[in-house]
Write a protein that binds this ligand. Structure first.
Ligand code: SAM
Length: 207
């Protein structure tokens, strides 16, 4: 085998092994690697999130894992006038980055809070809508996070989960469909293709 071919094969093998390792060890994308989240998000666009989430003026929404705020500013604007977007992240530096961008853009209705998806610091039935994009797969206890998200949604509220192929932590729609009922959520529909989608899940309205 020629040296160049061997180098390419070794590189591909190392990349594959790295991706498998990341998949088996869920953890938050470090702030130092934020270039991944600042790059354009093909398929899971802001416009598609809007279609899936359907945010309305005056509503209260939650974004878990905003990263550097790729979706936060646009979503917060859609909640105006009178609505608020709460953003929660395990990393303070991600929140600081998002809030800096919001200040620069003149967006004033974002409330940051540091915390973990598996233990949300909000009362039951707080939010009309919640979303997380490229986040669920980074959480080691996904079932706990989904239960927490269902808890903080108002009856009839909606949860949107966005995922993109290429992310080593991608959660497939099949996996999400399987987990949803255990968290008290109903998989309603998918916006976008299976390899870059927003899933809309509903919380059953109170009887
Ligand atoms: C891959 S980034 C995605 C950022 C953004 N949603 C986007 O698509 O551009 C994942 C984000 O989720 C946050 N995160 C990971 N695990 C978390 C957890 N257990 N609770 C809250 N945030 C978490 C990370 O700190 C990071 O900001």
């Amino acid at each position: 085998m020629r040296a160049r071919t061997r180098t390419v094969l070794l590189g591909a093998g190392a990349l594959g092994a790295g991706a498998l390792w990341w998949r088996a060890h869920p953890s938050a994308c470090p702030y130092g690697q934020r270039f991944w989240v600042e790059a354009p998000h093909p398929l899971i666009t802001r416009e598609r999130l809007r279609e899936a989430l359907d945010p309305q003026p005056g509503q209260t929404a939650l974004e878990v894992g905003p990263g550097t705020g790729y979706y936060s500013l646009a979503t917060a604007r859609l909640l105006e006038p009178g609505g608020t977007l709460h953003v929660l992240d395990v990393q303070q530096r991600m929140l600081d980055h998002t809030m800096r961008r919001a200040r620069e853009a003149g967006v004033v209705n974002i409330e940051p809070r540091r915390g973990d998806a598996t233990s949300l610091p909000y009362p039951d039935a707080t939010f009309d809508a919640a979303y997380l994009v490229a986040v669920l797969g980074e959480v080691p206890e996904q079932d706990v996070a989904l239960r927490e998200l269902a808890r903080v949604l108002k009856p009839g509220g909606r949860l949107v989960v966005g995922e993109l192929l290429g992310d080593p932590h991608m959660v497939t729609t099949q996996a999400l469909r399987a987990r949803a009922p255990g968290a008290g959520l109903r998989f309603a529909r998918r916006v976008g293709p299976p390899f870059g989608y927003f899933a809309v899940l509903g919380k059953a309205a109170a009887a």
